[in-house]
Design a protein around this ligand. Sequence first.
Ligand code: ATP
Ligand code: MG
Length: 554
Amino acid sequence: MVSDTEECSEEKPLDFIRAKIKQDQASGKNDRRVHTRFPPEPNGYLHLGHAKSICLNFGIAKEFNGVCNLRLDDTNPTAEKTEYAEAIMKDVRWLGFDWEDRLFHASDYFEQFYEWAIQLIDKGKAYVCDLNFEEMRAHRGNLTEPGKASPCRNRSVEENLSLLEKMKKGEFPEGTKTLRAKIDMSSPNLNLRDPVLYRIIGQTHPKTGDHWKIYPSYDFAHGQSDSLEGITHSLCTLEFEHHRPLYDWFCQNLNIHHPQQIEFARLNLNYTVMSKRKMLRLVEEGHVRSWDDPRMPTLSGMRRRGFTARSIRNFCDRVGLAKRENVIEMELLEYCLRDDLNKQAVRRLGVLNPLKVTIDNYPEDHSDQVDAVNNPEDPEAGMRPISFSKQIFIDRNDFMEEPPKKYFRLAPGKEVRLKYAFYITCKQVIKDSQGEIVELICSYDRESRGGDTADGRKVKGTIQWVDAKSAISCRTHLYDRLFSVPNPDDGEEGKDFIDHLNPESLTIHEDALVEPSVQELSVGTGNPFQLERVGYFCIDPESDRKMGNARPES
Ligand code: ATP
Ligand code: MG
């Protein structure tokens, strides 16, 4: 049926990550094991960039007969929440991946990290520092100037051990002390200028509660977590390239399993932002309604908008892997979605801006059942009957009182085909006291059912419609891109990404009408449908208004 990522990956040349893994396997490294992990920090919802990392890590594990862990990198209780951790698990599963019994938390290893910190102190390779964060920054130097040693750098092992113990017990206020690795204050790599291993944070941790008053830095926890889990290949984004020497330093000095880190370029998409911090701002400042607002590039937002997991997996597969930063066009994502929906979405009729049409030569109290195709791309989807009667609604945008030449939709005196039903001709336009068109009087040709007429005449235009007796009313949300410029993030002088929000990213039609069978489509995701000539929709599980039967005339 639909070609899936798994089916086509065979023939493609290997990218640089798969080539390296293949080489490692061939050389017998790690006993030929392949073990990857997806390590999000639970400080926000997952976005499309994370999907790329998920597909890569779980995908590679599958392709190389290995396994992939899900690890929540929960080292900073100030920003992390259980809500985020739960959303992350839901999203990874939805995307189609399974970590089986391999759910881990960096906090599972807090005792071990602490022991390692003590080992480093014992070896004279770590010290407790009294500089606060500003002082530390000032001492750090920059790319052209070497850093300055902290006055605490030469503390004795005993003093360091005793101070760390006190830090752990909460005897010092937040921000007054850190534990730092003693590496090289003049290293050209700033990450090696005595990086922080532990800081004091007076926050309750979602998993470890108030047990710890100090928390490991991301750098001290990340590589060691990989090591403890026996990860063979730590795939991460380019910004961690300069951290690799530090992770290597930890592995060497602690003499522990050494995962191979390989960096790849982050996924960037135009017309959007791809950072949890920025998404948090969008939510907190009320520019969108929530993390799962359908305009957000979060997986939960995309799911709610009607994206299928498969379309996202295919997108990640097509984007491929790069070693340099690049920006992917939104069109590719939209194409992947349309390609998938076109094959599987059932078609329905609906009008967003209803305009009443009365068919003057159609009998009162009568109705016809016409057959509509459920999905032209899928013969097995079959047909459904839809009813037609004296009053119908068409979309206001399919009528023009004074049409230009070559206008093939409805206009006074003109004939048009109603999809799956009859030809109608507009005979009269009825307006209200303000001059607004409120109704059209048309006639229909009973012989034209299904598109054939006795005299063989053809009409060029086909429009959608709904039957007034049976249509149900609903509110529709039409979404457009969240930002109006390709690169909302470019840091243009005096501008913030918020300044580039698209004011028309959401258009609501309060009184749309759809054929009744829309109500039978299961609520929520996984069941997107197409309103013919309008677009793809899904029924929003969060909707606060149930669809109701319109029956405007009764
Ligand atoms: P953000 O910058 O949005 O806050 P992050 O990198 O801080 O994201 P993490 O939770 O640390 O988020 O990321 C988990 C994993 O997802 C990491 O391995 C990270 O490299 C990867 N990842 C995050 N963003 C992207 C992206 N845009 N493209 C590819 N991988 C990504
Ligand atoms: Mg981060």
